[in-house]
Design a protein around this ligand. Structure first.
Ligand code: PEP
Ligand code: MG
Length: 579
């Protein structure tokens, strides 16, 4: 029977394919004593053989679909499976303790993990702890007769189903086969949703129960336009949604015609529509969608995609590649924003009660200055290759901003003294994503060249509603007058002090938000590359004279977010704008 689940539309498009459950099975076991230890050792050996065969298959498929580098991790796992020090220790444990293989595996794996994690002066060996964990999980699954999901080995079209997807899970999805994803939890501005948009994978998040409502292989529709997930659809539904997907694809073709057009309003006012990127790989989307700048390069993905902190040289290469590729158009690169929902496996930071309110972004950079300085040097060197903006994330106080700027100035001086070329077209800016900074926008504006409003965080901090928690998504209100007043105050503070103001939060690419922002006079709109042409098309239809009053009405007359949504919808209807 067909069942429709309501979630949050996280990435546009429609996917129709069998479900692939990316859900870890329950691997709990009971410790039992065994009398026939030889039989237990033989059972263990057989399972090691099965696990090896399975891993070899996974590795080969991963090599084909994701590339040799991504597949390397499986070689590391295979090494453990063939290492007599590891498997032999488990066999000895079975024999000596007369326990079942599950208990012997668990006991031995824990010992290995503790030893590896203790090697604090050897990052390479520390990383091996993760390999032991993964390999042990696989052996345990085989011992218990359960199946582990292997996303890297997907070789047919699927809609991935998961409780949640971390940004690194999302990075591993192979677009060729993963046609969409549906999750139990998450929000529209969680980083996995943002990545889905840049990968153009339709996504529905926050359905609460998809992992329970769908079985592996069940037919599943992910409607990323309206936020519906349909399990076991009827033939009529498959036809309906296939048509809906085709209509959306046709609309996208129409928008594509605007690729090389400037971003102008109906009354010929020019603005910048820029792209947000995570890695140099996203440049394809930047080009295909005619971005006029890069308004946000989230550098943390460079850190997340490497096995250890990326060196100054590796960072320099990545930044230079993007700056050169932009061919004279501005690139704004944000310093590392780790923390919140973005973690590094190799950076063992203390657990926090509230990671989004903890040591995140610039706060982390200030605690680990060496890492910050390495990045600043790479950025300064890359600035010689084109117009660059360096932007600091999560600034809350003037003291933080001044300290970051001071370190940047010192590093610039040092490089110049070393005879290294630094660009003269370098701007220094900050994100406005902490309400405290928005309130003091006039003061901050005197110290930077530009602002970029990070609404993804500004909304969550203003409304005290976690951006990734679907249970409070009703409070995560971009159109709330309180949020809009902070945005307007920021733009006014920037303009009164002679600097430009952009927005790189997802709200910049939102159809309802856009006319309000235009009415506020926002200068630059930076968004997932896939939203650019939709917004350019909308911009072309709006005459700024017609929406002059919109900002004030939205900030000071409306009392609720819903009223603002209606206000924009009615204004657009009156103006005959139907994008
Ligand atoms: C934001 O907060 O709006 C933003 C662009 O930064 P991020 O989404 O990476 O937190
Ligand atoms: Mg942010």
């Amino acid at each position: 029977m067909s069942k429709t689940l309501k979630g949050i539309a996280a990435s546009d498009g429609i996917a129709v394919a069998p479900a692939y459950l990316l859900v870890e099975p329950d691997l709990s076991f009971s410790k039992t004593s065994v009398s026939d230890v030889d039989a237990e050792v033989a059972r263990f050996k057989k399972v090691v053989e099965e696990s090896t065969k399975e891993l070899e298959k996974v590795r080969d498929k991963a090599k084909e679909s994701l590339g040799a580098e991504e597949a390397q991790v499986f070689d590391a796992h295979l090494l453990f499976l063939s290492d007599p020090e590891f498997t032999g220790a488990i066999e000895t444990e079975i024999k000596d303790q007369k326990v079942n293989a599950e208990a012997a595996l668990d006991e031995t794996a824990q010992k290995f993990i503790t030893i590896f994690e203790g090697m604090t002066d050897n990052a390479y060996m520390q990383e091996r702890a993760a390999d032991v964990r993964d390999v042990s999980k696989r052996i345990m699954a085989h011992l218990l007769g359960k199946k582990l999901p292997d996303p890297a080995a997907i070789d047919h079209e699927v809609v991935v189903v998961a409780y949640d997807l971390t940004p690194s899970d999302t990075a591993q999805l192979n677009k060729k086969y993963v046609k969409g994803f549906v999750t139990d939890i998450g929000g529209r501005t969680a980083h996995s949703a943002i990545m889905a948009r840049s990968l153009e994978i339709p996504a529905v998040v926050g359905t609460e129960s998809i992992t329970k409502d769908v079985k592996d292989g069940d037919m599943l529709i992910a409607d990323g336009l309206d936020g519906d997930a349909i399990v076991n659809p009827t033939d009529a539904q498959v036809e309906e949604y296939t048509k809906k997907g085709e209509a959306f694809a046709k609309q996208k073709e129409e928008w594509k015609k605007l690729k090389n057009e400037p971003s102008v309003t109906a009354d010929n006012k020019k603005f910048i529509i820029a792209a947000n990127i995570g890695t140099p790989n996203d440049m394809k989307g930047v080009k295909e969608n005619g971005a006029e700048a890069i308004g946000l390069y989230r550098t943390e993905f460079l850190y997340m995609n490497s096995k250890d902190f990326p060196s100054e040289e590796a960072q320099f290469d990545a930044y230079k590649e993007v700056i050169k590729d932009m061919d004279g158009k501005q690139t704004i690169i944000r310093t590392c924003d780790i923390g919140g929902d973005k973690h590094l496996d190799y950076w063992d930071l203390p657990e926090e009660m509230n990671p989004f309110l903890g040591v995140r972004a610039i706060r982390l950079s200030m605690q680990y200055k060496d890492i910050f300085i390495t990045q600043l040097r790479a950025l300064l060197r890359a600035s010689a290759y084109g117009p660059l903006g360096i932007m600091f994330p999560m600034i809350g106080t003037l003291a933080e901003l001044r300290e970051a700027k001071q370190i940047l100035a010192e590093e610039k001086d040092k490089l110049v003294k070393e005879g290294v070329k630094v660009g003269d077209d370098l701007q220094v800016g900050m994100m406005i994503e902490v309400p405290a900074a928005a309130v003091l926008a006039d003061q901050f504006a005197k110290e930077v060249d530009f602002f970029s409003i990070g609404t993804n965080d500004l909304i969550q901090y203003t409304m005290a509603a976690d951006r990734g928690n679907d249970n409070v998504s009703y409070l995560y209100q971009p159109y709330n007058p309180s949020v809009l007043r902070l945005i307007k105050h920021t733009i006014d503070g920037a303009h009164e002090n002679g600097i430009w103001c952009g927005m790189c939060g997802e709200a910049a690419g939102d159809d309802i938000m856009f006319p309000i922002l235009l009415s506020m006079g926002l200068d630059e709109y930076s968004m997932s590359a896939t939203s650019i042409l939709r917004i350019r098309s909308l911009m072309k239809k709006i005459n700024t004279e017609d929406i002059k009053e919109l900002a004030n009405k939205a900030c000071f007359v409306s009392e609720t977010a819903d009223e603002n949504k209606k206000l924009v919808e009615e204004t657009m209807k009156k103006l005959n704008i139907n994008d």
